[in-house]
Design a protein around this ligand. Sequence first.
Ligand code: PBG
Length: 329
Amino acid sequence: MITGNYPNLRLRRNRKQPWIRRLVQENTLSPNDFILPIFLIDGKNKKEKVKSMPDVYRYSINRLNQIIDKALKLKVPMVALFPKTNEKLKNEIGTEALNENNLVCKAIVEIKKRYKNQIGIMCDVALDPYTSHGHDGLIRSNQIINDETIEVLVNQSLLQAEMGCDVLAPSDMMDGRIRKIRNALDKNNFKDVQLLSYAAKYASSFYGPFRDAVGSNKFLKGDKKTYQMDFRNTDESLREIALDIKEGADMVMVKPGLPYLDIIKGIKEKFRIPVFAYQVSGEYSLIAHAIKSKILKEDVIFESLMAFKRAGANAIVSYYADRLDKILK
Ligand code: PBG
């Protein structure tokens, strides 16, 4: 790298005015970089606050147009759907995941009917919103059983694809599920349905508010450390990504985001594929609460999002994506 010496070299010259700062800027953010997560709730005319996440709501299906219209107006390319399943519908094996009238299915149908292909729809593939124990898979003798879980995930994927989901995002961290899901999709004429693998998903305490939002927190027994990754590890994330690319992932996700920028950067540099990152609920809540209590100023949001681009993320899943008009201005 060529540098120089002070006093001939003064790096401050290129910062002296806004116009030159604009010319030399290395990264930018636009609405194209965002995916908006939306929480679903059953019932009619509901827009319900998520307590641990300021300014985030759960929407009933008939109120969805309110938030989707906003996303469209802001030119956000895709939304991600997450259901708060009625407790009465939860059981040990997450049967509701395969109900074609479940919240996610109804939402996909509704959105596709109203908006056609103006906006992409992404859905999680995992059982945690549907199980009475809050885990992402099936349990036998206190173990999350891998291969049997995949069979259910394949069916969940096929169902969501049939409803019109554009991007399936397995977030369960079972081994080998990407290949099984890809094969099943191809066999059933869903060749164009994309797979966004949550390939590097860490067992994180930053998911706390999300689990409140989907109502799985109070059910969750134990932790997810036997399937989600150990946050002490870096190399392991590269192995996870390599495997999922081979199995047919079109894009990969790193999660959480801000505390894992090193992981995003490492994966981008090594694989040169679309890398998405999730600014998860706990990160959101930290920032949102700090702003609410006037400890931080609002422009910290933009700074936190730009960090993802610097690290190499192509897109960011963020609960701020419905306010980009204010954040990116
Ligand atoms: C479910 C899932 C989780 C998140 C997205 N999909 C939680 C978990 O794995 O426990 C977390 C998102 C967030 O915290 O914003 N598999």
